[in-house]
Design a protein around this ligand. Structure first.
Ligand SMILES: CC(C)(COP(=O)(O)OP(=O)(O)OC[C@H]1O[C@@H](n2cnc3c(N)ncnc32)[C@H](O)[C@@H]1OP(=O)(O)O)[C@@H](O)C(=O)NCCC(=O)NCCS
Length: 164
């Protein structure tokens, strides 16, 4: 298993695993595959410049991804949102997800991030349990936060402190 914090020139790997995630588990993400598939390469590179993205590789092949979006406003710069969490189905349950999270949080600390937050679909109990096991707490719920296939689904908000 190899883990990498991607640089903008690694955008091909980003593209491959992000589009796989949106295609394989569309119910888990607010974005659609269609929108991301239409992005020009310079936009993929730009997204790697603005956000930190960790990818897990099996050999040369990207099999998992996790991103970090730091808040921009000065008084919120100690917070960041975890996004794009995905691991290929046959790679699950083997510790790769925790390894990706550990590297992402190590990087977040170097940026001065004190708290990470995320939103998970209320209909995704496996992911929610993963986050709870990893020290996230449920902090709220957005009723009808997502509309997936014409149906409103609540979003669960979670947070984990990185400092005491
Ligand atoms: C969220 C995710 C990255 C967690 O990675 P993981 O390797 O499955 O993490 P864990 O090993 O902690 O397992 C999570 C759950 O999946 C179960 N699981 C284990 N091996 C599995 C496998 N081979 N296939 C499917 N599920 C498996 C685990 O038992 C656990 O369920 P439990 O809480 O009932 O015990 C991964 O499940 C995933 O990519 N899911 C699809 C995308 C997604 O939901 N993203 C979250 C968006 S907020």
């Amino acid at each position: 298993m190899t883990l990498k914090l991607l640089a903008p020139e690694d955008y091909e790997a980003f593209k491959r695993i992000r589009l796989e995630a949106l295609r394989m588990t569309p119910e888990a993400f607010p974005s659609s595959e269609k929108d991301w598939a239409a992005l020009p390469d310079e936009e993929w590179r730009r997204r790697l410049t603005n956000n930190a993205v960790v990818v897990s590789f099996r050999g040369e092949e990207p099999v998992g991804i996790m991103g970090l979006m730091p808040q921009q406003a000065a008084k919120m710069a100690h917070r960041a949102t975890i996004v794009m969490v995905y691991l290929r189905a046959n790679e699950r349950g083997g510790g790769r997800a925790v390894a990706m999270l550990d590297l992402l949080l190590e990087h977040a600390r170097t940026l001065g991030v004190r708290q990470v937050e995320l939103a998970v679909s209320a209909e995704n109990p496996a992911a929610k349990r993963f986050y709870l096991r990893e020290g996230f707490q449920e902090i709220g719920r957005i009723p009808g936060g997502l509309i997936h296939e014409g149906r409103e689904i609540d979003e669960i908000m979670m947070a984990r402190r990185l400092v005491a």
